[in-house]
Design a protein around this ligand. Structure first.
Ligand code: 13P
Length: 257
C-alpha cells in the first residue's frame, strides 16, 4: 500500500446548514483548534454561498475546501448550476459528487453522476464519489450489486490518470443521519469489494492509491474504531462536522487510542 498516497482524509459535509456568519464562525473555530501535524488531510464542504468567505477564513491553513455538488458543463445557460471551474476558481480542492441526498431528492442518475466525475477531473478537482445501498437493498442482500453498479456507471470512461486523484466514499444510506453506524464487518466487506473491483477494472496500483472513505453517523466516539477497519482510509462526516469540538476530536482520532 502506498501510505503517502493513502494519507487519511477526513471531510466535513455541512450540507444545507449555516448562513454566512455561522459558516465563518464555524470555519474560524475549526482553524483555531486545528493543530496541523501534517499526518491527516482535512477538508470541509460548506454551502456554495459561504465557500468564498470560508476560503478566506481558512487561508494559510491546510484545511481544504470542497464543493457539495457541481454541474458537468463549464459555463453557459444552465440557470442555478455551478461548474467545476467556478469551484476551482474560489479555491476548492475537492467536490462531493453523487451524495445519496442528491440521488434521492434530486433524482441524480449514475449517468449524470459520471458526467460530473469526468468534469471534476477535467477541472482539476478531486471528486469524492459517494456510493451506498439503502435499507431495502441491504435487507434484500443487494448491497454489493448496488455498489458495483454505482462504481461501474459512475467511473465509466475515466482515464487511468484521473485516478491519481479520486476518492470514493461508501455511505450506506440507512446509516446517514440515523445514529446507526454500519458494523466493522459490513464496512470492511464493502471496502474490500470496492478495492477488488478497482483492481479488476483498472489495475492494482490504481486501486491501491484510491482513498476509500466511510460515511454515516461518524462521531468522536466511533471515529477511531472506524479508522482501524481494514481498507478505511478516511471519513465523510455530516452532522458532527457542524460542531467544531466534535470534528476536531474526529480529526484527532489517533489520540483516543
Ligand atoms: P451523518 O454523519 O450526519 O450521518 O451524515 C453523513 C453524510 O451524509 C456525509 O456526507
Amino acid at each position: 500500500m502506498d501510505l503517502e498516497m493513502r494519507q487519511p482524509l477526513i471531510v466535513g459535509n455541512w450540507k444545507m446548514n449555516g448562513n454566512l456568519p455561522e459558516s465563518i464562525r464555524l470555519a474560524t473555530s475549526l482553524k483555531n483548534q486545528f493543530d496541523d501535524k501534517g499526518n491527516i488531510r482535512v477538508a470541509i464542504a460548506p454551502p456554495f454561498t459561504a465557500l468564498y468567505s470560508v476560503s478566506i477564513a481558512l487561508a494559510e491553513t491546510n484545511i481544504q475546501l470542497a464543493g457539495q455538488n457541481m454541474f458537468w458543463e463549464e459555463s453557459g445557460a444552465y440557470t442555478g448550476e455551478v461548474s467545476g471551474l467556478f469551484l476551482k476558481d474560489i479555491g476548492c480542492h475537492y467536490v462531493i459528487i453523487g451524495h445519496s441526498e442528491r440521488r434521492q431528492y434530486f433524482h441524480e442518475t449514475d449517468e449524470q453522476i459520471n458526467l460530473k466525475v469526468q468534469a471534476a477531473c477535467k477541472s482539476e478537482l478531486v471528486p469524492i464519489l459517494c456510493i451506498g445501498e439503502n435499507l431495502k437493498e441491504r435487507k434484500a442482500k443487494e448491497t454489493l450489486s448496488v455498489v458495483e453498479k454505482q462504481l461501474k456507471l459512475g467511473l465509466k470512461d475515466l482515464a487511468i490518470h484521473d485516478f491519481d486523484n479520486i476518492v470514493i466514499a461508501y455511505e450506506p444510506v440507512w446509516a446517514i443521519g440515523t445514529g446507526e453506524t454500519a458494523s466493522p464487518e459490513q464496512i470492511e466487506e464493502v471496502h474490500h469489494f470496492i478495492r477488488g473491483w478497482l483492481k479488476r477494472f483498472f489495475d492494482a496500483p490504481t486501486a491501491n492509491m484510491t482513498k476509500l472513505l466511510y460515511g454515516g453517523s461518524v462521531n468522536p466516539d466511533n471515529a477511531m474504531d472506524l479508522m482501524k477497519i481494514n481498507e478505511v482510509d478516511g471519513l465523510l462526516v455530516g452532522g458532527a462536522s457542524l460542531h467544531p469540538e466534535d470534528f476536531i476530536k474526529i480529526i484527532k482520532f489517533e489520540e483516543n487510542a
